[in-house]
Design a binder for this molecule. Structure first.
Ligand code: ATP
Ligand code: MG
Length: 473
């Protein structure tokens, strides 16, 4: 195989060749399938190496690169101690200096650089009692949670360092701990949740021995701070199929610990006229069906029926929307969600049972808009309702939703925009959306938007206009 060296700042690997790569065996570049290593990350590695230290790309970024995904962030591991790293770069934030992590701020992004370390005894089930810095990459890789997260990439030599068969597990699409799973989970109770989260993110399975080690680790999981659960839950909710992660959590007892309200929905029957699933599966499928880029809709879909177990009488669930909204507030507070997320999610849950009849007067529609929290949240409520319907029997139609939506849009449009000030966005919105400074361009864009709205008043909605504005940028 031909060795190809592109030179700084960007080095490339081919997605097609990667599954066949062995240590030291690096690729011919085919431009159409090349993956880029971020130039900032490559620059940091190169600076550290020029100063005589070892430096590698590690963890999630290497895993994602090898899977052909573009990493969300770039983690760099080095033999340099934090204070040595700080000296080498102009702007460094000591985010987790006690654990060896600093954040390097470059003009085009921020990068976590962590000193090679081994973690000594864990007494709180979450943080190592102390960390020992080391100059040995192997020790650092061994402390990482899963084999697929314990890969390092040497960007100068285009070489993967794979000491724990991470590449084989990537190929087999398996989440497997580095070392004995129970030992690793008892060290850090967040790891079982990370296993479920990564399975959802990558659509991987959890290795049977790793999965079997979760139930006996639950006491350690209990010691983890709710903020950490929050971060993992948000990451699950952003995946394509959150149901994968939540179902693994249910099977292993994690759900009962972290989201008992959802766990209680398992096995709760619903009327066969509308449903093919119990309340739990219906909730998971609704969550999958909700838009992945609308966190509150995903959250509301997941939790919209958590009031049902308490409200069940035969096959009716009277008031479950209001009961569920209250339960959701407690649950989301407990898991440290933000105030506005909690408010909006509970508003959506409380409103999810709305009905509509064609004979409604326009003022009934207006009152509905107001009850739903105004035009800002009505789009979210509709997204929730559509996700809810998608998780029901196919015979449950959504034509009435389309009709109500049309009437809402018409009413909104009737508040005709004839002047710039009537537009649902202003200059500040345009500047923010496009990332441009004040100036004549902002006015020109608003004029163009107004022209469009005069032609079609239904366009006068914040989200629509922001999208349009971006096409003019
Ligand atoms: P994502 O792509 O979602 O960020 P990630 O694997 O990169 O997933 P991070 O939390 O960013 O997750 O962690 C970066 C790396 O640090 C991991 O890939 C893993 O090597 C290591 N790591 C993170 N958390 C733990 C943990 N609790 N125990 C052991 N190693 C961990
Ligand atoms: Mg990461």
């Amino acid at each position: 195989m031909q060795v190809f060296f592109l030179g700084r700042p960007i080095r490339c690997l081919t997605a097609e060749l990667i599954p066949r790569l062995k240590v030291g065996d690096f690729g011919v570049i085919m431009i159409s399938t090349m993956i880029e290593i971020d130039s900032g990350a490559a620059e940091i590695v190169s600076t550290l190496r020029s100063a005589g230290f070892q430096a590698y790309l590690v963890g999630g970024s290497v895993r994602d690169l090898l899977l052909g995904l573009s990493p969300d962030e770039w983690d760099i591991a080095t033999s340099a101690k934090p204070e040595e790293v700080i000296k080498l770069f102009a702007k460094v934030v000591p985010t987790g200096i006690d654990f060896g992590t600093v954040l390097i701020v470059l003009p085009d992004g921020q990068y976590e650089v962590t000193t090679f370390r081994s973690d000594s005894r864990y007494t709180d089930g979450r943080h190592p009692e102390s960390v020992l810095f080391t100059v040995d990459l192997k020790t650092d890789l061994a402390r990482r949670d899963f084999t697929i997260n314990a890969l390092a990439l040497d960007p100068a030599e285009n070489k993967i360092i794979d000491l724990f068969n991470g590449q084989a597990d990537l190929k087999r699409r398996l989440i497997k701990t580095v070392g004995d799973p129970l030992e690793r989970f008892l060290e850090d109770g967040l790891r079982p949740v990370r296993a479920c989260r990564l399975a959802a993110k990558l659509d991987f399975s959890v290795d049977p021995a790793t999965l079997a080690a979760i139930p006996p680790s639950l006491e350690t999981v209990k010691k983890v701070a709710p903020e950490r659960f929050h971060d993992e839950l948000v990451k699950i909710l952003k995946t394509k199929k959150p149901s994968v992660g939540f179902e693994l959590m249910r099977q292993t007892g994690l759900l009962k610990l972290i989201l008992p309200e959802l766990d209680a929905c398992f096995g709760v029957d619903q009327p066969a006229e509308f449903h093919t699933h119990d309340v739990y599966w219906h909730s998971l499928l609704a969550c999958d069906a909700a838009p992945a880029d609308e966190l509150v809709v995903r959250l509301a879909a997941l939790l919209h029926d958590i009031g049902k177990p308490a409200c069940k009488e035969g096959m009716t669930f009277y008031n479950h929307d209001q009961v569920g909204a209250k339960l959701a507030v407690e649950l989301l507070r407990r898991l440290r969600f933000g105030g506005s997320e909690i408010e909006l999610t509970s508003l959506l849950i409380a409103g999810h049972m709305f009905d509509y009849r064609p004979e409604w007067s326009d003022s009934a529609v207006r009152r509905f808009i107001r009850r739903a929290g105004g035009i800002e949240s009505i789009g979210l409520l509709f997204a929730l309702r559509r996700a809810d319907a998608q998780a029901m029997k196919e015979t449950v139609g959504t034509d009435y939703l389309n009709e109500l939506r049309r009437r809402i849009d018409k009413i909104i449009a009737e508040e005709n925009a004839l002047h710039l000030k009537d537009l649902k966005i202003n200059g500040t919105d345009v500047m923010k959306a496009l990332g441009i400074p004040p100036g004549p361009k902002v006015g020109l864009i608003l004029e163009q938007l107004l022209e469009k709205v005069l032609d079609d008043p239904t366009l006068n909605q914040k989200e629509t206009l922001l999208k349009l504005a971006k096409t003019y940028g």
